[in-house]
Design a protein around this ligand. Structure first.
Ligand code: NAD
Ligand code: LMR
Length: 328
């Protein structure tokens, strides 16, 4: 019997990503095989019957690590004493939309939930925002939760990192595990900068394995930036299993020590590193010691990269300005 335990709130638990992630959390893939899990599942009232069905399926897995399941439509109940909050519940975009088009529709969810986290969660609670536009929704939640340190808020850029890794591996006829240190700088949006210049394949610069720099600067970046839209076009629904997988990877990366010389992508509250305005939830290269994380410093950017980073910074600053009136 495990001695460690974690209480995790998951919002939008009856949605697509919810259905893909709950079983992975309950099986121990997020917090490890020695940590018992309590699940606090939040849904809109209208989705509670469906959530009951998901709960029945979780019960039917008889997961050894799963200690309790709470289902509720009350955010104050869902966030009570949680160690982690995974904010997934939000409306997904449809074909032809940019993620920031969701801002008006989804922002209200994150003001309310930020406040409920502030009032109910442990003050050590960590919050990963997946619901789009995730960087700015995380900015909203963080702003509404002054009792929780700003550095405990994260937004997900791991799906973009995983997409970039596979694109590079396939182009280089390498394996995914040969590719390291791809950083997604900035926004989880079509302005993100997937940094191949500072990534490696089998320990060597990507540009040594992939000599076609025009492909890297053009089609590679575009494919990663537009992958979410391509999936919506193909599936008629936005990515779900790969998004759930990326959320598992993000938390796992944050709660386990990062191997020497490696880093991973996650959006965190800017402290001004790399000239990014303080407070923006910006995708950076990050390392963790399993408890605390830090932004990797000293990465150099050429003119091409600087332009890309400036563009994504501009977009995130505009999104921040557009929601400022909500943060009273
Ligand atoms: P979905 O529509 O299948 O599920 C969303 C669920 O959230 C629904 O069950 C809905 O009832 C619930 N919900 C809505 N408002 C809520 C609220 N206030 N409180 C609790 N639950 C609420 O959508 P999905 O495919 O699971 O996607 C969820 C979100 O994740 C979308 O915004 C999507 O764009 C985003 N997403 C982000 C990434 C990323 O990489 N950051 C990747 C994929 C999807
Ligand atoms: C994704 O990247 O797949 C998600 O953010 C969904 C979307 O709207 O693209």
């Amino acid at each position: 019997m495990s001695t460690k335990s974690v209480r995790v709130a998951i919002t939008g638990a009856a949605g697509q990503i919810g259905y893909a992630i709950l079983f992975r959390i309950a099986s121990g893939q997020m917090f490890g095989p020695d940590t018992a899990v309590h699940l606090n599942l939040l849904e809109l009232e209208v989705a509670l019957p469906a959530l009951e069905g998901v709960k029945m399926e979780l019960d039917d897995c008889a997961f050894p690590l799963l200690q309790s399941i709470t289902t509720t439509s009350d955010a104050n109940v869902a966030f009570k004493d949680v160690d982690w909050a995974l904010l997934i519940g939000a409306f997904p975009r449809k074909a032809g939309m940019e993620r920031k088009d969701l801002l008006e529709k989804n922002a209200g969810i994150f003001t309310g939930q930020g406040k409920a986290i502030n009032d109910n969660a442990k003050n050590t609670c960590k919050v990963l925002v997946v619901g789009n536009p995730c960087n700015t929704n995380a900015y909203i939640a963080k702003s509404m939760a002054p009792n929780i340190p700003a550095r405990n808020f994260f937004a997900m850029t791991m799906l973009d990192q995983n997409r970039a890794v596979t694109q590079l591996a396939q182009k280089a006829n390498a394996h995914n595990t040969d590719v390291s240190n791809v950083t997604i700088w900035g926004n989880h949006s079509s302005t993100q900068y997937p940094d191949f210049y500072n990534a490696t394949i089998s320990g060597k610069p990507v540009t040594e394995s992939i000599s076609d720099e025009e492909w890297l600067k053009g089609d590679f970046i575009k494919t990663v930036q537009q992958r979410g839209a391509a999936i919506i076009k193909a599936r008629g629904l936005s990515s779900a299993a790969s998004a759930a997988n990326a959320a598992v990877d993000t938390v796992r990366n944050l709660v386990t020590p990062t191997p020497e010389g490696k880093h991973f992508s996650v959006a965190v509250c800017s402290d001004g590193s790399y000239g990014i305005p303080e407070g923006l939830m910006f995708g950076y290269p990050v390392r963790s010691n399993g408890e605390e994380w830090e932004i990797v410093q000293g990465i150099s950017h050429n003119e091409f990269a600087q332009e890309k980073i400036a563009a994504t910074t501009k977009e995130l600053s505009e999104e921040r300005d557009a929601v400022q009136h909500l943060l009273t």
